[in-house]
Design a protein around this ligand. Structure first.
Ligand SMILES: NC(=O)C1=CN([C@@H]2O[C@H](COP(=O)(O)OP(=O)(O)OC[C@H]3O[C@@H](n4cnc5c(N)ncnc54)[C@H](O)[C@@H]3O)[C@@H](O)[C@H]2O)C=CC1
Ligand SMILES: CC(=O)N[C@@H]1[C@@H](OP(=O)(O)OP(=O)(O)OC[C@H]2O[C@@H](n3ccc(=O)[nH]c3=O)[C@H](O)[C@@H]2O)O[C@H](C(=O)O)[C@@H](O)[C@@H]1O
Length: 472
């Protein structure tokens, strides 16, 4: 770690508009004489701050959550299931390369490079909520100095950096826009592989509000991203790149989900048809499932649908299709119980996997939330297992009773819906799961269950996008 740092170059303490050769600026950045502040130390911000600390030796993390700051200060890693992150946080904190504060203003006054990676959620009305970003930008503006560089990494609607952040920084700091740098440099990382992605699974994108901002941002990210940096025309282009990645994904998943609803009428395994269609290079249909969760993909479409006049019928329709999948999943189960003329009332349903995807302890927009709600409303007894979750409050509010994986064998369960295929579910002993009166109905919404194992049971298994796969 320390061998990366060059001889300290104390007469360079900022990057924007500095009339020094780029290699001298790079050496100064690597020597730690240009302090970096990272605002937001969550799933994305903590690994990012740790990598900058490893690289420059001089990072101040700012997070308004005292528990987060306390953990970092103690060298602890509060973000779970990120390979390599606990040791990197411990090392960089022990080395004095990484400190944390609950005051963004304190960080802003001490840093010359400001990296913002705080939440940019949407409101109940699906409007982008940039209030957290605005708050951080205001603090940075107060602490801003000439030559500073501000890098926005959190996903925002196109035009936010140029039309909202830039004027806010000028207004709060009193410094004119040609005396500090501002660029949009989207975070393209996936939870569970954050360090690998940040260090260069794919290129970093940078787009500045002016050429000098783009140049300075490029210099910063070239020090941490081994796959290189793509400089785009401006900040809005960079914002569009990030949002387009997410929009592509939401629309593509919607196509896969809509195709899956043809399974029974076509009488085919739609998943097989998708896999084979994807064997030619210009087809990449994604996987059908019970819905699209997380705090990114389900929300990015609203960063384009809501703030702009231009119509977005395709984006809206894709959201409707994906948002219909939890009900579609419940309907598959309902059809089964209706066939027995029992309906869902007083049946017991076990939900396997409540987070939005395997291995990530996140439940925002998770399909399991609406599936639990709909089943409870239909009069079913709903149980749920998720080995990643410690709190089930938002599910209990929806009528779900949480269980540990070991408890499921004592349950008088009539049906099981596999929603999120955590690897722990591979240990389930399906032959020990039995229904009191009749055959256990299993809905595999992710095509994740071992059909060989299930074929040795009498369970009726319906796989979303495939149909019945064990209908003896
Ligand atoms: N989670 C993901 O997979 C990805 C997220 N992103 C972007 O990164 C942003 C952050 O995502 P995560 O790290 O997952 O969120 P997170 O919820 O895990 O962490 C956000 C952190 O920001 C802190 N925070 C909130 N308000 C603050 C303020 N005013 N000042 C300082 N810190 C504040 C919170 O205490 C929390 O620790 C997202 O909004 C998204 O735009 C981008 C790519 C991937
Ligand atoms: C294009 C892309 O892969 N973007 C990533 C995505 O990460 P995220 O954690 O949101 O996971 P995801 O794999 O997109 O899954 C989102 C949701 O969609 C579902 N999903 C995903 C892929 C698929 O074929 N079918 C499907 O139903 C998942 O089950 C999940 O509920 O969004 C991140 C983000 O932008 O926040 C981004 O940085 C990540 O690289």
């Amino acid at each position: 770690m320390t061998e990366q740092r060059r001889q300290s170059d104390h007469d360079i303490d900022s990057l924007y508009g500095v009339e020094k050769p780029s290699n001298r600026q790079r050496d100064a950045f690597l020597s730690g004489s240009i302090p970096v502040a990272v605002y937001g130390l969550g799933k994305m911000g903590l690994p990012l701050a740790a990598v900058f600390a490893e690289t420059t030796g001089n990072v101040i993390g700012a997070d308004i959550d005292p528990a987060v700051v306390e953990a970092v200060t103690d060298g602890d890693c509060h973000v779970k299931r990120e390979p390599g992150l606990p040791s990197l946080v411990a090392e960089t904190v022990a080395e004095g390369a990484f400190t944390a504060t609950t005051s963004p203003l304190d960080a802003a006054k001490r840093a010359s490079v400001h990296v913002v990676i705080v939440p940019t959620p949407i409101t109940e009305d699906n409007e982008p909520d940039l209030s957290i970003l605005d708050a951080v930008v205001e603090e940075i503006g107060i602490g801003l100095e000439r030559g500073d560089l501000v890098l926005i990494e959190c996903t925002v609607p196109p035009r936010t950096t140029a039309d909202r952040v830039l004027p806010a920084l000028e207004g709060t700091s009193g410094i004119s826009r040609d005396e500090f740098g501002l660029a949009f440099c989207p975070e393209r990382t996936s939870s569970g592989q954050a360090l690998e992605d940040i260090r260069g699974s794919y290129p970093k994108i940078v787009g500045g509000v002016d050429e000098e901002s783009t140049r300075a941002a490029n210099l910063v990210y070239e020090t941490i991203n081994d796959d290189g940096v793509i400089q785009v025309t401006d900040a809005t282009t960079a914002e569009a790149v990030k949002v387009f990645e997410g929009l592509y994904r939401d629309v593509n998943i919607a196509l896969a989900n809509e195709l899956a609803t043809f399974t029974d009428e076509f009488g085919i395994d739609v998943r097989e048809a998708i896999d084979v269609a994807n064997t030619q290079p210009y087809c990449d249909i994604h996987d059908p499932g019970p819905g699209v969760g997380g705090h990114c993909i389900p929300f990015y479409p609203y960063f384009v649908i809501e703030p702009f006049e231009t119509g977005a019928p395709l984006l809206r329709t894709a959201r409707e299709v994906n948002d219909s999948m939890p009900s579609y999943t419940v309907d598959k189960l309902r059809e089964e119980f209706d066939a027995e003329r029992a309906g869902l009332t007083d049946t017991s349903v076990l939900l396997l996997g409540l987070t939005y995807r395997p291995g990530v302890e996140e439940t925002r927009a998770s399909p399991s939330l609406s599936i639990a709600e709909e089943l409870s409303a239909a009069g079913a007894d709903v149980y749920g297992v998720d080995p990643l979750l410690e709190s089930f409050e938002e599910f209990e509010e929806r009528g779900l009773t949480s269980l540990s994986l070991d408890d499921i064998y004592d349950l008088p369960v009539d049906s099981v819906i596999l929603i999120t295929p955590h690897e722990e579910f591979e240990l389930i002993r399906w032959d020990k799961l039995d229904r009191t009166d009749g055959r256990l109905i299993v809905i595999d919404s992710r095509d994740a269950l071992d059909q060989k194992v299930l074929s040795q049971t009498s369970h009726r298994v319906y796989t979303l996008g495939t149909g019945f796969t064990n209908d003896v």
